[in-house]
Design a protein around this ligand. Structure first.
Ligand code: ACO
Length: 311
């Protein structure tokens, strides 16, 4: 009966055994994974836009080649993650429809603009840095396909983080104007990056259950704290100032203490009122429409091949 199945499922999770697509799982577990993996996949896809904005204007051929590769990696991550979500019984078409209809969530961070080249550096350093902090534990997620997809994704994210830090280093050690650009990008990306980890533990509605299911291994605040502890010394190394007047090292806990987070801003971005929410969705919809002929041509070609084979 259902209780026994659920108990058996939970003891597998407790023993760190992987749950695979054909295994029995509680419906709420399945729905939670569909929710999280689809949000994650959409984040990768929408995440291509802020940086894609700079491909045509990258300051050198080398920077352009690296940026194209990076943005392409993000597209690849989206594809793995849509595949992982499909193992739970939802189709890629459905997921895409939800994204284009504006009913699916994607990470708040990708609703901020990228007005200067330094933003490409700040995104790699901070946004991909935060993504790694959040995603390394997902390599040990109880759901097999999600955990396995995360291994390669994390390796690629770590290259992205380094390329971002290297851009920041070049700017921070460049001319006074370049240094100012780097500082300005840090000023604009710091707080949104901190918010990426999600609401604080007191208000996070899914954390407790997701931790029991070992979908999440750490709470939002724990990961946020780890990120701050690692990143503040990196900003010091760059000679840049973290835009938080309350930030201080706490000898007793061996952690940085940060100032208050503007949760109103976070809520507004989640409601669709961030600086670029509308623009991002419009761009995605346009790309989907512009790509229609490619999908149709690919289908027509596949049809023709099939017809030839059965002749
Ligand atoms: N942006 C948008 N929505 C968010 C964010 C965020 N930064 N953080 C939390 N939320 C949403 C949650 O999705 C949830 O909404 P829902 O119930 O409608 O789905 C709500 O806020 C409450 O948050 P939590 O209870 O804390 O939700 P959850 O347990 O899912 O934790 C988290 C949120 C940490 C983002 C988790 O889903 C996760 O680890 N996801 C995988 C990583 C990921 O998606 N990264 C994307 C950005 S990184 C990148 O792609 C480069």
């Amino acid at each position: 009966d259902a209780v026994t199945l659920e108990q058996r499922f939970q003891s597998k999770v407790d023993d760190d055994e992987r749950i695979e697509p054909k295994d029995w799982m509680p419906d709420a577990y399945r729905q939670t994974l569909i929710r999280q993996i689809s949000q994650h996949a959409h984040s990768e896809i929408v995440g291509m836009l802020p940086e894609g904005n700079w491909i045509t204007r990258a300051p050198s051929l080398r920077r352009k080649a690296v940026l194209i590769a990076k943005v392409q990696d993000e597209g690849g991550h989206g594809m793995y993650l849509y595949s992982a979500a499909e193992t739970l019984g939802i189709s890629r078409d459905e997921l895409l429809e939800q994204l284009l209809a504006g009913t699916a969530k994607y990470s708040s961070i990708f609703n901020y603009p990228t007005p200067t080249w330094a933003d490409v550096g700040a995104i790699g350093w901070l946004v991909d840095g935060a993504a790694i902090m959040n995603q390394i534990p997902i390599c040990r997620c109880s759901y097999g396909p999600y955990a396995r997809a995360m291994v390669r994704i994390c390796k690629e994210e770590s290259f992205h983080q380094r390329q971002g830090f290297e851009i920041m280093m070049t700017l921070a050690r460049g001319t006074p104007e370049q240094h100012r650009m780097a500082q300005d990008a840090l000023n604009r990306w710091w707080w949104p990056s901190i918010m990426m980890f999600g609401p604080n533990d007191a208000t996070s509605k899914h954390t407790a259950q997701s931790m029991r299911w070992k979908i999440k291994r750490f709470s939002n605040d724990e990961l946020r704290q780890k990120f701050i502890d690692i990143t503040v010394p990196q900003a010091e190394f760059l000679g840049l100032k973290v835009p938080d007047p309350d930030l201080r090292w706490d000898e007793a806990t061996q952690h940085y203490i940060h100032g208050p987070i503007d949760w109103k801003e976070f809520e507004e971005v989640l409601k669709g009122n961030g600086p670029c929410n509308r623009e991002r969705l419009e761009t995605r919809r346009r790309a989907h429409d512009d790509g229609r002929w490619v999908r149709e041509a690919a289908l027509a070609h596949a049809e023709k091949q099939r017809a030839r084979e059965t002749q």
